[in-house]
Write a protein that binds this ligand. Structure first.
Ligand SMILES: NC(=O)c1ccc[n+]([C@@H]2O[C@H](COP(=O)([O-])OP(=O)(O)OC[C@H]3O[C@@H](n4cnc5c(N)ncnc54)[C@H](O)[C@@H]3O)[C@@H](O)[C@H]2O)c1
Ligand SMILES: [Zn+2]
Length: 671
């Protein structure tokens, strides 16, 4: 290759890699697989080695990929947080072993193997046994201070318990979202018409950077600890540090193993290759560390990673098969999901016949054509996905897939809202899967909690014309139920009493049950708490909805529209007549004073003496108002710890007064 050509290619690769790094670390999104990304980086490294004159100090080959964000205060790491060199092949692993042997100059050494947990790394600082700080890796030198969020993770001890806990130390670990939590989260998102999250790692990264710790707590993140650092730990090996962490009640994955030779390392890798699928979290490889800390010091670091460790990454399990066609599914909210119908193929233990394609953009991006041979990949999720097309096998004269424009269930023309990836069938009240889905949503445990009513029964009720909307459930008679398959006197009676009992379900559950798009259980609770009655929610303008805590523009808009629809209005009138709770039992907070004189507040950050919701109540009870965001109209920004610098900046620019917890207490005293 000519130098000019190499230079151009290095520049182009750098730009590409920076783009993917930005997506991955800043926006928690990905456009290409890790393996494809690693190939780009490998290519860049090879070119830079061949043409060192074109290697920039800021090249992505020389630096950890992330940066800090504006939303959190940034903190310098005491010890830099580096990346890991990685490999997908046995030969490269053996080369690594040879480098270690050479650098240790005949000294005997051994390895310690752990799984590579696929989440987000975190640094946890403890002082006098107490957790004082949780910081993301950031650019390796500085990270985001996400302490408030880290405190919500149950498996991260707030206090290290056990013998000989040193006065000050740092723990490194991986924050992750267990597979079961991720699946449940996506189920809930499907149910309220939100787009699914792509994978658990990106969701973990996005969650850890949320501004609202209460929401983080609901996401049920978890953490595995794998490093112990400190000046006075007295440790000799990595293994000892792992045992120390265990004895101080840190959550350590029991999957580690000490290995004497690289052959044992290879056995470990093989052992976990398929077994790792049964673990409760995603893993993407094995991390191999030289066990002796003394030898780790001898080996040292490159600019980007330790020379005493390497990550062996498992190749994604992928296979090529024929795309026989595309079918379309309609969900409860009318969202249309395309599904790839494949020539059955055996992949990683199961036969795959179908794969998800997400949406029309994805089909266009892949330029899919029926008859193509496509690559199917099983990532962490159970449903495989189509990741690419084997272009050499493309049949002649094939044409790109034309996305359907009518609902496959009811033939209504589909619509796509601005800024949304999915197409929708707008026929809310006449499209069968939407009707059935709405009833399934209505009866679920978190909503009206009517058990003994399964999907099959709902479908049959709908086919027989017994139930077209949730309100019809309350008109059902015993003789209606006896027409259903398998229903006898007793089961019919049970169902009727289940329906009857649902009349006692509290308002927030009813508000969730009626199935407003984007209104999940948490949002329903917030709205119910703030507005107290359905009539007030229904009458609220978009601005008034926005004033409720944590209600954003998209939700405010849909809630407002929902109550303007005459059919929805009629349904609610019928449900009211059926005797459901449409008012909150919780009493209006009793006015205690007017000391805050109608001033407006935004609450942000974490407070010493109060929970946020508590402050919220105190303000309302004492004649203040709560606003949803910082604007020129705002009187006070009540700032706790860990408030993002961007909020402070905005408030300062608009001349909004920023007050502390102490200032607020003074205001309450009328000072
Ligand atoms: N698909 C994309 O667009 C894209 C973009 C950027 C990066 N990436 C992927 O991100 C990775 C590069 O990121 P990286 O620099 O964070 O490196 P890395 O993820 O390959 O390795 C370093 C990280 O491994 C983690 N880790 C997990 N288990 C560990 C254990 N037992 N011991 C020690 N560390 C453990 C730590 O968080 C550590 O920060 C690559 O896998 C790359 O493919 C993908
Ligand atoms: Zn339809």
């Amino acid at each position: 290759m000519k130098p000019e050509q190499a230079k151009a290619e290095i520049e182009q690769l750098t730009e590409q890699i920076n783009h993917h790094n930005d997506l991955y670390y800043q926006q928690s999104r990905t456009e290409i697989s890790d393996q494809a990304f690693d190939k780009l980086l490998e290519k860049l490294i090879a070119l830079e080695e061949q043409f060192p004159q074109f290697r920039d100090v800021n090249s992505p080959s020389q630096r950890v990929g992330g940066t800090v964000t504006k939303e959190f205060a940034s903190v310098n790491h005491k010890y830099p947080m580096l990346s890991l060199g990685n490999t997908y092949s046995q030969e490269e692993l053996e080369e690594f072993d040879a480098r270690v042997a050479k650098a240790l100059d005949g000294d005997p050494y051994e390895y310690f193997c752990e799984l590579k947990f696929d989440g987000v790394s975190i640094s946890l600082t403890y002082e006098d046994g107490m957790l004082v700080r949780g910081v993301t890796r950031g650019d390796g030198v500085r990270g985001d201070d996400v302490t408030a969020n880290v405190r919500t993770i149950r498996n991260i001890p707030l206090k290290a318990k056990g013998k000989n806990v040193p006065p000050s130390f740092e723990v490194r670990g991986e924050v992750f979202m267990p597979k079961s939590v991720f699946t449940q989260l996506n189920k809930e998102r499907d149910d309220i018409g939100e787009e699914r999250y792509a994978n658990a790692r990106n969701t973990t990264s996005g969650t850890l950077k949320m501004q609202n710790s209460a929401e983080v707590a609901r996401r049920k993140l978890d953490c595995f600890a794998y490093y112990l650092l400190g000046d006075e730990t007295g440790l000799k090996t990595h293994e000892e540090s792992i045992h120390k962490l265990e004895s101080w009640r840190f959550n350590v994955s029991p999957t580690y193993k000490q290995c004497k030779t690289i052959a044992e390392v290879l056995e470990y890798i093989q052992h976990w290759e398929s077994k790792r699928q049964d673990l409760p979290l995603e893993t993407d490889g094995v991390v191999i560390k030289v066990n002796s800390l003394e030898q780790q010091r001898t080996l040292g670091f490159t600019a980007k990673s330790p020379r005493w460790a390497i990550a062996y990454k498992y190749k994604a399990q992928s296979i090529s098969t024929r795309l026989n066609g595309i079918t379309y599914q309609v969900g409860r909210t009318g969202a249309v999901t395309p599904v790839a119908e494949l020539e059955p193929v055996f992949l990683a233990g199961t036969t795959v016949k179908r794969a998800s394609l997400h949406n029309a953009n994805e089909i266009a991006r892949l330029d899919l054509r029926v008859g193509d041979y496509v690559f199917v990949e099983k990532g962490g999720e159970i449903i495989p996905k189509v990741t690419g097309v084997e272009l050499e096998k493309r049949p002649a004269h094939s044409t790109p897939v034309v996305y359907i424009d009518k609902c496959p269930e009811c033939n209504t023309p589909l619509v796509r809202e601005e800024g949304e990836a999915a197409f929708y069938c707008p026929n809310l009240n006449g499209c069968p899967p939407q009707i059935r889905g709405r009833i399934e949503h209505f009866i679920q445990r978190k909503a009206m909690d009517i058990d003994s009513l399964g999907e099959k029964t709902i479908e049959q009720m709908h086919t027989l014309g017994l139930v077209k909307s949730p309100a019809d459930l309350y008109d059902l008679k015993k003789e209606d139920l006896l027409r259903l398959d398998g229903f006898k006197d007793k089961s019919a009676q049970n169902l009727l009493s289940g329906i009857d009992k649902s009349r006692e379900v509290p308002f927030e559950s009813v508000l969730f049950a009626i199935g407003i798009r984007y209104v999940g259980k948490t949002v329903a609770e917030k709205l119910a708490r703030y507005f107290k009655t359905i009539d007030k929610v229904a009458a609220a303008s978009v601005e008034e909805l926005l004033a409720a805590p944590e209600i954003g523009g998209k939700i405010a808009q849909t809630v407002h529209e929902f109550f303007r629809n005459p059919q929805n209005q009629r349904e609610i009138e019928r449900l009211k007549a059926a005797g459901l709770h449409f008012e909150s039992d919780a009493k209006e907070p009793e006015k205690e004073s007017d000391v805050l004189g109608n001033k407006s507040f935004v609450i942000s950050g974490v407070f010493q003496a109060y929970e946020r919701e508590q402050l919220h109540d105190i303000i309302l009870k004492n004649g203040g108002r709560i606003l949803s965001g910082i604007s020129g109209k705002l009187d006070y920004l009540l700032a706790g710890d860990n408030m993002g610098p961007s909020k402070r900046e905005k408030a300062e620019k608009l001349g909004v007064k920023i007050i502390s917890e102490q200032d607020f207490e003074n205001l309450m005293k009328g000072q």
